[in-house]
Structure formats: C-alpha cells, structure tokens
Design a binder for this molecule. Structure first.
Ligand code: GDP
Ligand code: GDP
Length: 438
C-alpha cells in the first residue's frame, strides 16, 4: 500500500502549489483527454523511488460554528485520519500567525506524525526568519519553496522516513501461478458487495491459502478455471465472516490504494444511475495508475432499452479515455453476464504483462514510420531509430531517436494503435515514451 501524506495549513501558505508539485502528472496523456475529471484534492505523487498518495486539505477553522468552514474542518480531520503522515505548511514570508497555533493544537490532538515546513523560503539562506516557528512545538522547521521546487525531495524523504517502507516488490510476472490481483472499484451502492458475494458463492470458485494473508485481511485468494486470483482490499467493503458488506463511508484513499495495488481493476457502474462525476473521478484514478481495467455496468436487469442506450452513450462521452477497456453489461443479483467479465479480466492481465522484444518492437516501429512518417516541424524532422519495452502493467514502450520532442500527440496515438493491434493489447493502457538522443 502506498503511504498517504496530508497537506495541512491555513489558506494561502502554498498547499495547492506544493500539491501540484508533488503530483505532477506522470503522463501527458492523462491531461490531454477532455472529459477526464480529476479530483483536485487527491493525487498520486512520485519522487525518485518514492510513490505516495497526497491529500490537499482546506485546513481547520477551529471557531467555525457551521457552514463551509465547519465542513472544511471535518474534511481535514478525515484526511488527517486517513494519512500516515501530515505535512504542516506555514508561510515563511508572513511569519507565525495565530491560526498556525490553532492548527498546531488540532494536529497535536489528532496525534499523527507531522513534518513542519515553512514554504516560500526561497532566498532565505540564514534561516533566522524561521526560528519563530519552533514555538509551534513540532521540532525542526524545514524551509522549502513549492513554487521554485526547492527542498521538495528532502521533504518527501523526511516525511516518509519514519514509515520505513519496504522496497517495492519486483513484479515477478514469471510465476504463472501467481494470482492476478483484482480490485473491484466503484462508488457506494453500485453493487460491489453483491457482485463479490455472488462470485464467492459460485461453485467454480475455489478458495486457497496464500502465504502471508490472514483470515481477517480483506484479501481473498481464489481460483477459477485454473487461474488464481486475489481479491485485494476492496474499497468500501468489509469482510464479515464469509460475506462482504459495504461500509457506510466511501474512502477515496482506500479506493486509490486498492487500485494501486491491483493488477486489474474492475470498474463497476450502476446502470440505473448513469455515469456520475464520482464514477468519472474513479475512472480518472484508474487511468492515472496505469492499471489494467475492465468496465462492468451492473443492474442491467433494472433498466429499459431507452436507459440502456443512454448509458452506452454516456460511457462514450464521459469516459472516452477508457476506450481501450472491454465493456460488460451485467446483473450481479441475477447472475447474468458474469462469465465474460472473467474472460476480460484475464485478457486485460495478459495484455498488461505482455512481453515485447526489442527486435519486434523496432521492426513494428520502423514499419509504422514507413507507412506514415512523423511530420516535419519547422527545421526538424523527428527520426525514430528503435524501440524497447520499459515496463509492464502498464506496458511502456520507449522509442529512441532524434528531434522526438516534435512528435505530435496524434502521431503517438497512431503508433499506439499499431502496437495495440500487433500485440493484441486489450484492457490495458499503453504508455509510449520518446527519448531524444540529440
Ligand atoms: P493554498 O491556499 O495554501 O493552497 O496556497 P496556494 O498554493 O494557492 O498559494 C498561495 C499563493 O502563494 C499563490 O499566489 C502562490 O503562487 C504563492 N506561493 C506558493 N508557493 C510559493 C513559494 O514557494 N514561494 C512564493 N514566493 N510564493 C508561493
Ligand atoms: P456496494 O455499496 O457497491 O457494495 O453495493 P451493494 O452490493 O450493497 O448494492 C447496493 C444495492 O444495489 C443493493 O440494494 C443491491 O441489492 C442492489 N443491487 C446490486 N446488484 C444489483 C443488480 O444486479 N440489479 C439490481 N436491480 N440491483 C442490484
């Protein structure tokens, strides 16, 4: 599970700026798609070898009796509760304020590990302006500049240090017996627990013991048609004896963590509700995570043909970035349409972990270029030389050549289409990275 960092501080200290710096979109494609709603308060962060989830918060307004401030304080408390560590942000230029004290008191009460940072500290080399902040009682004050990107790496190291994270495990997809990690994601009430209980009640499904998993953990290993699966910590669900039940509160963090630790995510939608904003958010997270994905629209039994048509159109317009995923119409209650979902999950996993050799990739690349070369841009004509695989789940293809910064997004999509077809990649995002050598 990725660690969770919450950013807390009064307004204007630079939390959003820091958030943006920590969560810089890894893949330009994510930002490119219209219709992709992104929840601005949650993001995936990566810095060097560290990966984490960041939550931006509104901050506490301790005197707020009601209304928006109270709501903000509530959300902030919730974020702190979900976080492993808090980055408490103050403003180095404005100095210590009464509100900083209030926030400090609240954070002390909540008892989470905190790192105190004074933002906007660019150009403040002697640190004398930061001494006042020691009064807050959080030990050392770390000067950073979110806007200029100074001190960020050290900050992340510092924040994550006490969590003593194990090295990320190597994705050894070699072992054919290794279970496919599957997460069922979706907002409350779409039918996640119903579906999972239907699955687990099926005779074809055989439970087995997986070393390292305990009975209580929300992780269920099982086998179906000879393929092993592990249903991982499923967001918003709790195991109660042999059955799963939905818990009241939907947690974005839990959803993100489940998505991140899965190989394949089954995105469940509710046909009676259509595609909501929250669905689109979750879809956006899945895309960003790079996990393989299968979409299932549940409660198909409860809608008429007009609604069916409408939801199909909504999926096209609201989730265009998941075009690569297979789509299924199911009824968890009536046990309809479930078989093909399994097939798609296995297919998505196979695609996501496909091995692509350098000679084959390079040959396909050169054939594609011969079919249609990238356009000249001013004086530059991009020249593609060879390609190799840079990763799995999601598959990454790295293309080397010259002047590749002039390659258009449209051309990248053209290449993506060719690679997808040749390697039969269904249900996984495919990332193409260009490396210019001169
Ligand atoms: P938030 O309300 O805490 O989320 O604060 P914002 O991120 O919106 O930043 C508030 C203001 O501070 C904006 O005008 C930012 O441009 C500015 N700001 C943020 N980080 C820095 C920094 O490192 N140095 C300076 N000088 N200004 C900053
Ligand atoms: P979760 O919050 O995503 O786990 O959703 P639940 O599994 O608790 O289901 C929410 C509600 O939708 C319950 O009342 C279910 O009975 C109902 N439901 C689940 N699947 C179906 C389905 O396939 N068809 C219909 N009509 N209702 C369903």
């Amino acid at each position: 599970m990725k660690p969770v960092i919450a950013l807390v501080g009064r307004p204007n200290v630079g939390k959003s700026t820091l958030f943006n710096r920590l969560t810089q979109t890894r893949d330009a494609i994510v930002a490119d798609f219209a219709g992709l709603t992104r929840d601005r308060h949650y993001g995936n962060g990566r810095l060097g070898k560290h990966e984490f989830i960041v939550i931006d918060t509104g901050g506490f307004e301790p005197d707020a009796g009601s209304g928006i401030f109270k709501e903000m304080a509530k959300q902030t408390r919730q974020a702190v509760a979900e976080a492993d560590v808090v980055i408490f942000v103050v403003d180095a230029r404005e100095g210590l304020s009464a509100q900083d004290h209030d926030i400090a008191n609240e954070l002390r009460r909540l008892g989470k590990p905190c790192v105190l940072v004074a933002n906007k500290a660019e150009g403040m080399h002697d640190g004398t302006k930061l001494v006042d902040f020691y009064e807050l009682g959080f030990g050392e004050v770390h000067g950073i500049s979110a806007a200029h990107g100074q001190g960020i790496r050290d900050l992340v190291e510092l924040a994550l240090e006490p969590l003593a994270l194990p090295e990320p495990e190597e994705e050894g997809e070699e072992d054919p017996n290794k279970p496919i990690k599957l997460a069922v994601a979706g907002r409350p009430n779409v039918g996640k627990s119903t579906l999972i209980n239907t699955w687990l009640g099926e005779e074809r499904l055989v439970a087995f013991d997986l070393p390292g998993t305990t009975r209580d953990a929300i992780s269920v290993p099982f086998e179906r048609n000879g393929q092993r699966f592990e249903l991982i910590d499923t967001a918003g669900l709790r195991r109660k004896g042999k059955v799963f039940e939905a818990i009241e509160k939907f947690s974005v963090v839990k959803t993100l963590q489940a998505i991140e630790s899965a190989n394949v995510v089954l995105l469940l939608l509710d046909a009676t509700q259509g595609v909501t904003d929250q669905d689109a958010h979750i879809a956006g997270y899945i895309l960003e995570s790079g996990r393989a994905v299968v979409i299932a629209i549940n409660k198909w039994d409860a809608v008429d043909s007009y609604q069916r048509e409408q939801i199909q159109r909504q999926i096209e317009t609201r989730l265009p970035f998941l075009k690569f995923a297979s789509l299924h119409f199911i009824s968890a209650i009536k046990r309809q349409g479930l078989g093909p979902v399994w097939q798609s999950i296995v297919q998505a996993h196979k695609s996501a972990t496909r091995k692509m050799s350098t000679p084959v990739l390079t040959r396909l690349l050169l054939e594609a270029v011969q079919f249609q070369a990238p356009k000249r841009s001013g004086m530059f004509r991009p020249k593609m030389r060879y390609a190799h695989q840079g990763g799995m789940n999601p598959p990454i293809i790295i293309i080397h050549g010259n002047s590749l910064e002039h390659v258009t997004e449209a051309y990248k999509r053209f290449l993506e289409g060719r690679f997808r077809k040749e390697f039969d990649l269904v249900g996984t995002p495919l990332r193409i990275q260009l490396k210019t050598s001169s």
